[in-house]
Design a protein around this ligand. Structure first.
Ligand SMILES: *Cc1c(COP(=O)(O)O)cnc(C)c1O
Length: 421
């Protein structure tokens, strides 16, 4: 089935007499009659739900829908996108390990990988997304366990050369993890280009309505964890599961089963059933919404590019954008996020934002409403001027998240606000 259809029918299909709409299993726990079966559940020998910290039917429906959309073997939802990124990395790394991440990633990811995980002993090198394969190879050490990148970076809108990063990772026997939040599987399927694991903040387009915080990890099932001895967590016995070896017992699903059985069990950053319901419902219209976001994003970026008060516009499908050829290779559309700079810097940016009537100033992005944000004073304010410059974020850069309102109303609003910028 095409993704438009999977959006509506994936994850949950009502059987005879069952509710048409996914029910919310608002329960922490599940009742069983058979002690032996419960023991088998605990030992991962049987399938079933026993405690919502590990799994729940509503969460499972959202997971199955997203896994189908991405073309993966399994998925695990999390309480937030941050928890998805954290667990995707910690599922493979421990103290003494090293990872590589592209520069220009989401500020929360930059802090997680650059500040918090190093406190646990996992160090990170940030690399220019335009780096050559030789540069990447030179950065990979014996203890490097993965490469992490963003398919379309927030807010610098760099399109990741997924095939280049996947090749560099695979030659070193390590996986590539791609944050696919901005493109969504409607605009990009990183597994088709060699990525091994995908993470999302579902708080953005996947939910789409700004109702539920969430994240998800999706496993392609394509990475062979047994090819070397870099991943003992997957290839050696887990003493906390009676010596079970994930790669032997679960084959292509080893990574995602371990993420749940070990990390979700121990960290507990689980999504709530209500949020999984909202996510699953939001996904019903993802294809339709993304089609409109793509159209509106392109139309507004073209309008901005021709405006006298605007000094630069970044949008992957804008002619002449530095990433337009990568965008055509990897993306079906540019999504709704545009980054642009007004000529009058920080002050001009502030006047522009305060003059908007339809677009809302909010700490959010990739939503069905048009939203505007100034990264240097909000999401990225912990970064130094140098770190901002490295991430491609100028002081007057505005991140404009085009919604699915009528494009003429959006352009009218931007036009009147730019008059005073
Ligand atoms: C928002 C975002 C995150 C973090 O997600 P939360 O749901 O806010 O925790 C991670 N990556 C990207 C690209 C994001 O835009």
């Amino acid at each position: 089935m095409r993704i438009d259809t999977v959006c509506i029918h994936g994850g949950y299909q009502a059987k005879n007499g069952e509710p048409m709409v996914l029910p919310i299993a608002q329960s922490t726990t599940f009742k069983y009659d058979d002690a032996q079966f419960m023991g088998d559940l605990f030992d991962l020998k049987a399938n079933g739900h026993f405690y919502t910290r590990l799994s729940n039917p509503t969460l499972e429906a959202a997971e199955k829908k997203i896994a189908a959309m991405e073309g993966g073997v399994g998925a695990m939802v999390t309480s937030a996108g941050q928890a998805a990124s954290m667990m995707a990395v910690l599922n493979l790394c421990g103290a003494g390990d090293h990872i590589i991440c592209t520069k220009g990633v989401y500020g929360g990811t930059f802090n997680l990988l650059g500040t918090s995980l190093p406190k646990l002993g996992v160090s990170c090198d940030f690399v220019d997304p335009g780096a050559s394969e030789e540069t990447l190879h030179a950065l990979i050490r014996p203890n490097t366990k993965l490469i992490f990148g963003e398919a379309l970076s927030n807010p610098s809108l760099v399109v990741l050369d997924i095939e280049k990063f996947a090749r560099a990772a695979h030659e070193a026997g390590i996986p590539l993890i791609v944050d696919n939040t901005f493109p969504t599987p409607y605009n990009c399927r990183p597994f088709d280009f060699g990525a091994d694991i995908v993470v999302h903040s579902t708080s953005k387009y996947l939910d789409g309505h700004a109702t539920a915080l969430g994240g998800v990890i999706v496993d392609s099932g394509n990475f062979d964890w047994t090819q070397n001895d870099k991943f003992p967590g997957l290839t050696c016995p887990d003493p906390s599961y009676h010596g079970l070896v994930y790669a032997e017992s679960f084959g292509r699903s080893a990574y995602i089963v371990k993420a749940r059985a070990q990390l979700m069990r121990d960290y507990g950053a689980q999504m709530s059933p209500m949020n999984a319901f909202l996510l699953h419902s939001g996904l019903d219209t993802l294809a339709l919404r993304m089609e409109r976001h793509n159209q509106n994003g392109l139309a507004l970026s073209r309008f901005l590019a021709g405006h006298a008060k605007v000094s630069s516009v970044h949008y992957p499908f804008l002619d002449g954008d530095p990433y337009d050829s990568l965008a055509k290779r990897y993306l079906n559309g540019g999504s709704g996020v545009i980054a642009f700079e007004v000529k009058n810097g920080r002050e001009g940016a502030a006047r522009f934002m305060e003059g908007l009537k339809l677009a809302s100033m909010a700490i959010h992005v990739a939503d069905l409403r048009t939203i505007v944000l100034h990264p240097a004073s909000t999401t990225h304010r912990q970064m130094s001027d140098q770190q901002l410059a490295d991430a491609g974020i100028g002081p007057g850069l505005i991140r404009f998240s085009v919604g699915i309102e009528h494009i003429d109303d959006i352009i009218d609003d931007v036009e009147q606000a730019l008059a005073n910028a």
